[in-house]
Design a protein around this ligand. Structure first.
Ligand code: GRF
Length: 220
């Protein structure tokens, strides 16, 4: 059973999916602590409702990123976490923090990386006119949204989508794939080889494809 630390800043719907997956046995693990840098984040309410320990570490209370990250890492170590998951955590972590949990930090991003890293990515995907977007769970490295990709899920994007509509479509899948990535980690099935993450015991489906808009009367 792995001990998971979840870092949050906002609503915590991914946190909820992770806690539910632990409770249902999908993940052989437990959320050991939820840490927020925002004191009134709704994620903290969700954690308390599930009797999961919460900690607030406010970045404003620290003179620099190094000391903030030091405080975060100290708390995660105090709760003896095996895996650190970022779930809507709106701070970039320092290299010193990453070295404390090598190969043990994951993030979820609401786009198909390496397209659309950074912020406001749903609107950017709509404005660009892409036909597909989605979400990506990846290990965290020193870049912003650049680490080795564990799992991705794809949704269609429509030209008249609003940001909210696309967000809703993507979030539904985030709540499916984040627990799956954590489950694979807990089962020790993720092997990082350079940029690539090999999943042990994976079935391939080389015939799988998606087309948007659908091609009427045409077989690919
Ligand atoms: C999600 O869209 C996630 O991809 C991004 O931040 C958002 C967090 O949402 N990193 P929530 O707090 O889990 O509801």
């Amino acid at each position: 059973m792995i001990r998971i630390g979840v870092l949050v800043s906002g609503s915590g719907s991914n946190l909820q999916a992770i806690m539910d997956a632990c409770a249902s046995g999908l993940i052989d693990g437990t959320v050991a602590v939820v840490i927020s840098n925002v004191p009134d984040a709704y994620a903290l309410v969700r954690a308390r409702k599930m009797s999961v320990p919460t900690v607030v570490v406010q970045h404003e209370a620290y003179p620099d990123r190094e000391s903030f990250d030091e405080a975060l890492a100290g708390k995660l170590e105090e709760y003896q976490v095996d895996l650190v998951t970022l779930a809507g955590f709106m701070r970039v972590l320092t290299p010193a923090f990453l070295r404390r949990f090598p190969g043990r930090i994951m993030n979820i991003h609401p786009a198909l990386l390496p397209s659309f890293p950074g912020l406001h990515v749903r609107q950017k995907a709509i404005d660009y006119g892409v036909r597909f977007s989605g979400c990506t769970v990846h290990f965290v490295d020193e870049g912003v949204d650049t680490g080795p990709i564990i799992i991705q899920a794809v949704v269609p994007v429509y030209p008249d989508d609003t940001e909210e509509e696309l967000n809703e479509r993507i979030l539904r899948l985030e709540h499916r794939i984040y627990p799956m990535a954590i489950r694979l980690f807990a089962e020790n099935r993720l092997v990082v080889e350079g940029r690539k993450v090999r999943v042990k015991g994976l079935e391939k489906d080389p015939a799988a494809f998606l087309v948007n808009p659908p091609i009427e009367g045409c077989t690919l």
